[in-house]
Design a protein around this ligand. Structure first.
Ligand SMILES: [Zn+2]
Length: 365
């Protein structure tokens, strides 16, 4: 079974919306091929070995967690590893797609997986996304208000927590004067007209804003639609980096370490000093979570489970919170399974395989 690259990318973008990636990230389609996709290979990092594997396996799409290019390419020379990989991809007509911090942040993404693997309850997002929500306010004749409202709802507006179709409606009247070029729905050219209108206001996520406004304009009866779009400071509480929740029971530090090892299937842990704390509330952050330690402390976490903790971070925060470093790869290897599961559910007859060469680049003795 072949799929178009566009179909696959559109699907992945609905699962892990690109607008939810961090500003420094580079998720999305990284190498385009404009060819039908016959097989996808999934990995954490797109290395030369993974590209070789794709060639051997006949896969012409690689889906990785980490983007191959993150900091920009200044030159294409063979002494540069990224260049070599890109050339190999292009030469072999292999497309490359990455879902990085948008996969971390997503509902049922890496952080949700970590929380559920540790059986955390009352789970909330450690650092909810900001600058993702907008308010649309549109002025509609009374008799058309419902039609416009419903069009907005159908395009994803009005969702707040467990409620949908949320809006506020204020009756008033609008004034306008049409010039000679106009073709007014109501009123006469050259005369100031008053019309009973409703100010319909509703909330919308960044990803739905454009299509919602387009649809609103389509169903609105006026020639010129008056509307406002406001960026909101409200947090998108269901999506973001890290999760925080409650363990099934209180544990001492030793018990917690064994619990983490067992539930995340990791052999080696690095951790801050044992000081007879009891661990009940736990923060989890896939990948490098050092920058989230303060959030975890402020939200009352007894422990944080993440990767890539530096020596000085242990020194600075180890007394305030029990830091458990499970390793970067170990905390994110589940990304492979998440990709595999979403692909096989949506496209059950499409060939996907998990890279055998996408191994942890860090070894332990
Ligand atoms: Zn990572």
């Amino acid at each position: 079974m072949e799929l178009s690259l566009h179909e696959i990318i559109s699907f992945l973008n609905t699962q892990f919306p690109l607008q939810h990636q961090e500003s420094w990230d580079n998720s999305g389609l990284l190498v385009d091929t404009h060819r039908p996709i016959r097989k996808a290979l999934i990995c954490v990092d797109c290395t030369e070995a993974v590209v070789d594997e794709a060639v051997t396996e006949g896969a012409n799409l690689i889906v990785s967690h980490h983007p191959l290019m993150l900091s920009g390419i200044k030159r294409m020379v063979d002494s540069d590893r990224t260049t070599r990989i890109l050339k190999k991809l292009i030469r072999n007509n292999i497309a490359l797609y990455a879902a990085h911090t948008n996969l971390d942040a997503a509902k049922n993404g890496i952080n949700d997986y970590l929380a559920s693997a540790l059986n955390l309850s009352k789970v909330s997002v450690l650092q909810p996304l900001r600058q993702q929500l907008f308010k649309i306010a549109v002025f509609v004749p009374e008799s058309n208000a419902e039609q416009v409202r419903n069009a907005l709802f159908q395009k994803g507006c009005g969702n707040i927590g467990n409620y949908d179709c949320c809006s506020f409606n204020l009756n008033g009247y609008g004034t306008f004067r049409a010039n000679e070029e106009a073709n007014p729905y109501v009123g006469e050219k050259g005369k100031i007209h008053q019309e009973k209108e409703v100010r319909v206001e509703t909330i919308v996520e960044r990803g739905n804003l454009k299509k919602a406004v387009e649809e609103m304009i389509k169903v609105h009866p006026y020639e010129e639609v008056a509307y406002d779009i406001y960026p909101l400071e409200n947090e998108l509480t269901t999506i973001g980096i890290g999760r925080i929740g409650i363990l099934p029971k209180l544990m001492n530090e030793d018990e917690f370490l064994k619990y983490v090892q067992q539930h995340l299937s990791v052999k080696y842990l690095r951790f801050s000093n044992i000081s007879n704390r009891s661990i009940g509330k736990v923060a989890v952050v896939g990948g490098s979570g050092s920058s989230m330690i303060l959030d975890a402390i402020q939200q009352g976490a007894d422990a944080i489970v993440t990767g890539d903790i530096k020596y000085h971070t242990f020194v600075d925060f180890g007394d305030e919170i029990f830091i458990v470093d499970v390793g970067h790869f170990e905390s994110e290897k589940i990304s492979i399974q998440i990709f595999y599961d979403v692909f096989s559910k949506k496209f059950p007859n499409f060939a996907i395989s998990i890279s055998k060469n996408g191994v942890n680049p860090v070894n332990y003795l």
